[in-house]
Ligand binder design. Sequence first.
Ligand code: MV4
Length: 502
Amino acid sequence: MIKKVLVANRGEIAVRVMRSCREMGIFTVGVYSEADRNAMHVRYSDEAYCIGPPPSRESYLNIDAIIAVAKRSGADAIHPGYGFLSENAAFSQRCKDEGIIFIGPSAYAISTMGDKITARKTMIAAGVPVVPGTTDKITDETEAQRVIEEIGFPVMIKASAGGGGKGMRLVKRKEEMIAGIRRAKSEALSAFGDDSVYIEKYIESPHHIEFQILADRQGNTLHLFERECSIQRRHQKVIEETPSPLMTPELRKRMGETAVAAAKAVNYEGAGTIEFIVNDDLEFFFLEMNTRLQVEHPVTERVVGVDLVKEQINIANGNPIPFRQENLKQTGHAIQCRIYAEDPDNNFMPQPGVIKHITVPLGLGVRYDGYVYEGYEIPMYYDPLISKLISWGTTREESIARMRRALYEYKITGVKNSIKFLERIMETPDFLEGKYNTHFIEKNNNFLFRNKLCGTECEDMAIITCFIDYLDKLEKIQPPAYSDELGSTWKDFGRKRNVLRL
Ligand code: MV4
C-alpha cells in the first residue's frame, strides 16, 4: 500500500497530484530546483528537497537525484505528472529496479508507444486503423518514391522518435520529395539522435480527438470518452472540451472500442490517452499514444465524475478499477482554457515575471487548477503555464457562458497573459457553432487579433480607474492632507469627482 508519494514535477500539476494524495491520506514529497524554492508545490508538500540548479536537465530530469530523494524520504511511489520524466521508459524501469512504484505504465509500454514506427506496427497488428503510409522506416529512396506515389500527395514525413508535432515535414509535390526525405532524416538525427522516418498520407483539415483510457493489472481496460483538442497553436493545445461537437454516439462507441484495443495491444497499465486524427468524412486514424496523465485531464474528470489521479494511484497499488465501462457516462459539458504568461500581441512571447495581483474566478461550475500567488515570480526556465480554468455546464452553451463569466472575473497584473485572447476565442462564431478543426486559430486570425492595442489600453485605463476609486474610498475615511495646489493629474481627476458628487 502506497503511503508516501514523491511528485517528480512542479507547477500546477504537482499541486494537482498532491491534492488527490491528501484526500487519500497519502503523504507527499516535493522536489524542486533552485529556481523553485518559493514554489507552491514546495509549500503544499509534506516535505520537500532541492534536487539541483534551475535548468531541467540538472533538476527535474535528474533521475539519480530524484531516486536518491525517494530513498532518503522513504517514498514508496513516484508520480511523474506530465512532461519531464513522465514518458521516459528508462525512468519507469529504474523505479522498478529500485523497488519504487512508478505511478504510470511499464517501460515496455512507454518505449513501444514512444517509437512511432513500432507504435504504428503494433496498432496495425491489433487491427487499429492508422493513417495510410509506410509500415517500416524509410531506408531506400526509390522504394519511398514508389510508396508515396501509391498513397498520393501531399504526404507527411515524420520522425519515428518525434511526436506531439515534433519532427514532421509536409511534402506537397513530387519535386520536393527527395529533398524532403533527406531533410527530415537529417533533422531527426540532430533532434533525436535517430534518423528513422516514416511516411503518412497528409490529412488536410483534421480534427484532433483523443480518448482517455484507464487500465488495471487485472486486465480491465476501459475508456472515459473523448476530448476535442483541435484548437491548437504550434502544436500547443489552447482549449479542450468534452464531449466533442463533432461526435456521434455511434462514432464514439467505435472510437472508444478502438482506443481500448490500442491500449490492450501494449498491455497498458494506468491512465493513458489515444490520439486520433479525424477527417471531414469522420474517418479516424490512430496518431499516437500519450503514456501519461495529460494537461487536459480535468475536462474528463468533470464530465465523467472520476478523479484520474486517484485511479492512477489505485491501479499502481494493484487494485482493480472500481467501476465498469457500462457504469460510465458523460454528464453535461466541460471546457478547459490554458492561461499562459505570454503576450498574444507579440507572437505569444513567454512573459516570466512577478504576479502583482491575481483574482481567481470561483462559483458554480468553475474549477481552477493553478499554483501562482501574489508576489510569486514565474521563472524563465520552465513552461509559462499559469493555470487551467475549467467550466462545466449542463449544455455546451451553458459551459461556454460560464467560461466567459469566469474569464471576465479572472484578473492578473504583473505579467502579460492570454486571458483576453481566450475571451476572444469564446466569442468567435466558428467556436460558438462548434465548427472548427486544427486550422481554427489561423482561419480566425483577423477576428482573434483585431484591435490589438485596444485590449491593453482599455486594461490600463481600467486599472487607473480602479485606483482612483480606491483613493476615493481612502479619502472618505481620512480627509486629504494635501493642499489644493498639489496633486498628480489623476488625483485632480479624483477631486473633481468628489466636487461633482457634492
Ligand atoms: C498529421 C496531420 C495531417 N496528416 N498527420 C500534429 C501533432 C502530431 N501529434 C501529429 N500532427 C499532425 N499529424 C497526417 N498524416 C496534421 C497534424 C497536425 C495537427 C494534429 C493535431 C492537432 C493539431 C495539428 C496541427 C497541425 C498539424
